[in-house]
Design a protein around this ligand. Structure first.
Ligand code: CO
Length: 217
């Protein structure tokens, strides 16, 4: 059997199973979505967002990219964030990194990855920012996982630096940002950091909003 046929067959079996447990399942889901969480995670096939936290279809709005980055010029990420916060009105944004991340490993190496160099450069900058802490780590795996951790903290900070989040907080919207790590060896997630509207923002990154400003990113 061809690979593609296998996928269609699996899909049919899945749809049948869902319909069997609730004949109205797809009708109800098709009406609308009202997820309470935005998940920003790594594209890694071993970290399936819904599955690892037992979320059902409709419960999680998802954005994934290599090494779960929040790059301030990434219109894709910013659009997802804007839509999740201002239209879906999610209460939580989860930024989840994972141990043994291939993107982090690649960024730590001196290999040339052509186009990917541009994306990995954002991770190299995180390394550079924390090199006093990272450079002395001899064990390669430990170094990767320490950068995974520091990267989650940096990307949570990058979320806080966006106009989307600051504007929501300014309006009194209580959206909480969570920095998590998924441990590939145990399948467990743990929390590293949590930010909400009472969190400190460095003045250089802090915006002052007026009523007329409606679309500051
Ligand atoms: Co990864």
């Amino acid at each position: 059997m061809k690979e593609k046929e296998k996928l269609f067959l699996s899909n049919k079996a899945w749809a049948k199973e869902k319909q069997k447990s609730d004949p109205e399942y797809f009708k109800k889901l098709a009406k609308d979505q009202a997820p309470n969480y935005l998940w920003i995670g790594c594209s890694d096939s071993r970290v399936p967002a819904n599955e690892i936290i037992g979320a059902q279809p409709g419960e999680l709005f998802v954005h994934r990219n290599i090494a779960n980055m929040v790059v301030h010029t990434d219109l894709n990420l910013l659009s997802v964030l804007e839509y999740a916060v201002n239209y879906l009105k999610v209460d939580h944004v989860i930024l989840c990194g994972h141990t043994g991340c291939g993107g982090i490993k690649a960024a730590l190496s001196q290999s040339n990855f052509d186009l990917l160099n541009k994306w990995l450069r954002n991770l190299k900058d995180v390394y550079y920012h924390h090199k006093e802490e990272l450079a002395p780590i001899q064990n390669e795996e430990d170094k990767v996982n320490k950068l995974v951790e520091l990267n989650v903290l940096e990307q949570v900070n990058n979320l806080v630096k966006t106009g989307v989040i600051q504007k929501a907080w300014n309006k009194g919207v209580n959206v909480t940002i969570h920095g998590w790590i998924y441990d590939m060896e145990t399948g467990l997630v743990s929390s590293l950091v949590e930010c909400d509207k009472n969190s400190e923002i460095d003045p250089i990154y802090k915006y002052q909003f007026t009523d007329s400003q409606s679309d500051t990113l």
